[in-house]
Design a protein around this ligand. Sequence first.
Ligand code: 5GP
Length: 189
Amino acid sequence: MENKVIIFSAPSGAGKSTIVNHLLGLYPELEFSISATSRAPRGEEKHGVEYYFFSADEFRRMISEDKFVEYEEVYQGSFYGTLRSEVERIWAKGHAIVFDIDVQGGVNLKRIFGEQAFSIFIQAPSVEILRERLVGRGTDTEEAIERRVAKASSEMEFAAGKFDYVLINDDLQTAKAEAEKIISGFLNR
Ligand code: 5GP
């Protein structure tokens, strides 16, 4: 198999992690890319499992040594990035790399990997349905809901035309089946 990359991005509330975890359980040739970060581990997080943890100084040194495929300072002083060694580690096993990354990161990775990559944007069926879901959940204030809806709406606009495939998560079972079909097609191409 040619070295392949699959990128998943989504606004919050679109059901991305559920779909990504379903696919990882189904296809043994898919392997999740572990990012490097300079933020501190939370709770039970372990080096080499959720992230590779480094100090900000170590991270900056690795940037200067060109160790990253891509990186971003997501919060002030908190760097996140994909190590070249991680990409090589996964490809060496003959596996396809899976990225679960924010919308901007997804667009950047697609630009970097080009034809080797297939990028999927997962979204709620419409802004109205997203709003209904958030209202139905009953955990956010009206103001917080409007803020989330506005953010999702601008991310959808930003994403339009920048991803290889837009997967509408209306019904979860249907979305999972659709995701399986696209991934099988890409892996066998
Ligand atoms: P958290 O600290 O909650 O685990 O992640 C914070 C943010 O960092 C998320 O939006 C996540 O998408 C982003 N992130 C995680 N890994 C990477 C990476 O390798 N590169 C980039 N650019 N962003 C990442």
